[in-house]
Design a protein around this ligand. Structure first.
Ligand SMILES: NC(=O)c1ccc[n+]([C@@H]2O[C@H](COP(=O)([O-])OP(=O)(O)OC[C@H]3O[C@@H](n4cnc5c(N)ncnc54)[C@H](O)[C@@H]3O)[C@@H](O)[C@H]2O)c1
Ligand SMILES: [Zn+2]
Length: 355
């Protein structure tokens, strides 16, 4: 299956199928001088052999730490050194092989090395259906996640769902949140279908190729209208304002991004005046084993402090993406008091669940 993402200046393919890496010639420039594969070291241990089998071109391998721990200034400098020592030029191409963290990291390296060289995304997580498309790249600073970054679109995305088989349950849950987020933003029928998935076994056995394609299409449509997030791209932050705060307070990497977003969605539904959706979604999360207990770990004051300094808020206004209904998002200014109340309701749900 092949999708096309249109941006202001260019367009690029997402090749989503078994054996996708074999199609690399469709996205590589004919005159490139070398390929550098940035691979998540854990993913490389699991799938390096398959990668080599599918990709029958020469490349230089650069293993990086797995997951979020690679999105640091220290790794950034090390990678720049690697590229310089290996005479990587503006005609070279970087391949990002791993989850969203490696995509963000390698994408940012590509965006800034010699003022920008091309790169290709080869995602290996469900969540990365979200991050691989749209051109946002970046790394973390100790004062905030994704605070250093650039917009840099890939030459293409080669996505083989076969790699997903080795994901731990927690990563399947994390990725599922972003998929259903795309459903909540766009399509009640699809959202209902996904809401009927209440066991991890059933979740793992979804037809991921089709789910990822639908998710990518929703994201692509929004990003095509607003590449630099001045308007509708904000909708993609559904569930993220509160979710990010939990993720940050827990310590990045402890609570998975999508797991935190899932909890953020419950909050969003309360703030949207959709209590039934909030409690149904919460029940589904509990059945699927999401770490919903996290909301009891942090006082609302700490959560609010974090939300206020989140880069998406200007001044003291707290912006949230809310839903009139499934498929009808809008941006609203929410008062602190409403957030406190919704947080209390969420804590109550968790406590009821435990008794
Ligand atoms: N740029 C964007 O628009 C955007 C959007 C959403 C999220 N993100 C970023 O994406 C990152 C999260 O992405 P993620 O959830 O893919 O996390 P990740 O890249 O950290 O991967 C999660 C973990 O799964 C492991 N892993 C990856 N693929 C695997 C596989 N096939 N089998 C077994 N283990 C595997 C990794 O080693 C890692 O430990 C965050 O840094 C977030 O900020 C970016
Ligand atoms: Zn997200």
């Amino acid at each position: 299956m092949e999708l096309t993402i249109h941006t202001t200046n260019t367009s690029y393919p997402v090749i989503l199928m078994q054996g996708a890496l074999q199609s690399i010639s469709k996205v590589l420039p004919t005159d490139y001088d070398q390929l550098v594969v940035f691979a998540d070291q854990h993913v490389w241990t699991l799938h390096g052999e398959e990668f080599r089998e599918q990709l029958d071109v020469d490349f230089n391998l650069h293993l990086v730490r797995s997951g979020e721990s690679t999105k640091t200034l220290v790794s950034y400098e090390q990678s720049m050194t690697f590229l310089l020592e290996n005479n990587v030029s503006r005609k070279s191409v970087i391949l990002a092989f791993g989850g969203g963290a490696i995509g963000d990291f390698a994408g940012f390296v590509a965006a800034t090395y010699m003022r920008g060289i091309p790169f290709i995304q080869i995602p290996t997580t469900i969540l990365a259906h979200d991050s691989a498309v749209g051109g946002k790249t970046g790394i973390n600073h100790s004062l905030g996640k994704n605070m250093i970054g650039a917009f840099h679109q890939p030459l293409g995305v080669l996505y083989d769902p076969k790699f997903l088989a080795t994901l731990p349950d927690s990563e399947v849950r994390s990725g599922f949140s972003e998929v259903i987020k795309h459903a909540f933003l766009s399509d009640a029928v699809w959202a209902n279908e996904l809401q009927s998935v209440t066991s991890i076994t059933k979740l793992r056995s979804l037809d991921w190729q089709s789910e990822l394609a639908k998710g990518i299409q929703v994201k692509a449509k929004i990003v095509e209208q607003d590449e630099k997030e001045t308007s509708v791209r904000k909708y993609l932050n559904l569930g993220h304002t509160y979710g990010h705060a939990l993720e940050a307070l827990a310590g990045f990497g402890r609570l998975k991004h999508g797991e935190a977003v899932a909890i953020g969605l419950v909050m969003t539904f309360y703030l949207s005046g959709l209590p039934e959706l909030a409690s149904n979604w919460f029940k589904q999360l509990s059945k699927l084993g999401y770490p919903v207990d996290a909301v009891r770990q942090f006082p609302i004051e700490e959560i609010l402090t974090y939300i206020k300094k989140d880069k998406k808020n200007s001044g003291s206004d707290i912006q949230f993406v809310l839903l009139h209904d499934i498929g009808e998002p809008y941006v609203a200014i929410v008062h602190e008091e409403a957030i406190r109340m919704a947080h209390d309701r969420l804590v109550n749900l968790v406590e009821e669940e435990r008794t």
